[in-house]
Design a protein around this ligand. Sequence first.
Ligand SMILES: C[S@@+](CC[C@H](N)C(=O)[O-])C[C@H]1O[C@@H](n2cnc3c(N)ncnc32)[C@H](O)[C@@H]1O
Length: 443
Amino acid sequence: MELDETLGQVWTPDEIANEMAREAFALIPNVKKILDPACGPATFSKAINQLGFKEIELICYDVDPRMYNFTSHINQKIGLKSETRNQDYLLDSSLENSFDLVIMNPPYIRQELIERETKEYYHQYLGAKLGVSIDKKSNLFALFLLKGILDLAPNGIMCAIVFDAVQNSAYGKKTLSILSEYAELISTKTVATPFDNVLIDAQILIYKKREKKITSIIQYQESKNNLFIPLENLLKSRRGTALPKRAPFLADTGDKYYKYSSPFFIKQNRLEGLVIKPDQRIYLTNSDLEKIDGFQDWMNERLEKYNLSENKKFVKPVKGSIAFNYYIRNAPRHLWNKDNIALSDNFYVSETKGDFPTEVAWLLLNSDQYLNRLTASARNQGNGLRKLQLYEYKNVLLPNWNLLSDVDIAELFDLSKDLIQSGAESKKIQELASNIVKKLMDL
Ligand SMILES: C[S@@+](CC[C@H](N)C(=O)[O-])C[C@H]1O[C@@H](n2cnc3c(N)ncnc32)[C@H](O)[C@@H]1O
């Protein structure tokens, strides 16, 4: 069937739809009423049918008459107790608190493309029901998420696959913040470019609706008590040492002034574990080095060879405890700079804010829960490579470690120190950290 892009049509691949259905059903064994508010070609009907549940009832919506016909037909054919409605889901105000499960791939439609009056109605309805004003820039999928939660019964589950704009945009973050007041985030998972012909990554979000709304556990604004806060509220980060050109600064054992060079770290791919060991040495010119006989001339000559002027020799080394390579291939990780050496600008270099122990931050940052959130905000560069800009890194919402108790922090401090001392394997550290975050932060 031809896609109607004006209706935000992209289809969820069957394997992903099956996985979403499986995970959602596992969370609500007694599921009865299910809603698919943007059904398309019966993708989730088929996925749900595979699970073989008998006592369920599925309500589907789609504004496209072709999708309505197709889904009605499929639902009938597979014998699901169901009703399909050729209607705008967002305009149906009769569904509040009705469903055990909402499963969806909502339409991604920019707000400029939505008719003004209709949009105003959506905003008015959702704003009044949720008691907040909803960002006018919200893409349609954000409104589907909000209405989805509204239409869930207490303790019901919402499982949605959405474009990663949900993490990367201001309206997306605000939407997540509103959602978190009404529902608990059970899991998030990034899926790299799941949709045919759309070069965009997606997130699978699973929420459980709370019995009662809570006030602002996650807030978009800064606050010390938020469960999730932007990385920049936890860490001071900057790019590593920028060399105007590498070659004239890199030291070679045969150099006359080699012994005056300083340890440097450029690449993580040969590193075992998560503790940095220098892999190069460079000349960091300072006033002491300048006093050494002949050094100035020798260095200037090297610079000249690379068309660099003399004053370029004063490179400001960037050192810091935690390093993160912002080109992400398979395994993103945070490295520990044990000997406080200068790090190359392949890395963002960070220290913690306040008096939170840096060692503990390093450990937590290596958990799946933290790393997945970072990867989810990175942009695809093709060939499995992703890049996270510094401002994106700083904006990622991360579990707030300031909420941990002093006792927990003290224990984690000892553990982190041991892991650093023993040069533990990265996989082991990641596993340990993920279990800790799960246990202590319930994530
Ligand atoms: C992203 S597709 C997902 C389809 C299917 N659930 C899947 O995952 O393969 C979203 C669907 O929502 C429909 N749609 C767009 N606006 C809608 C609205 N306001 N109410 C209900 N359905 C809508 C589109 O026609 C499209 O079929």
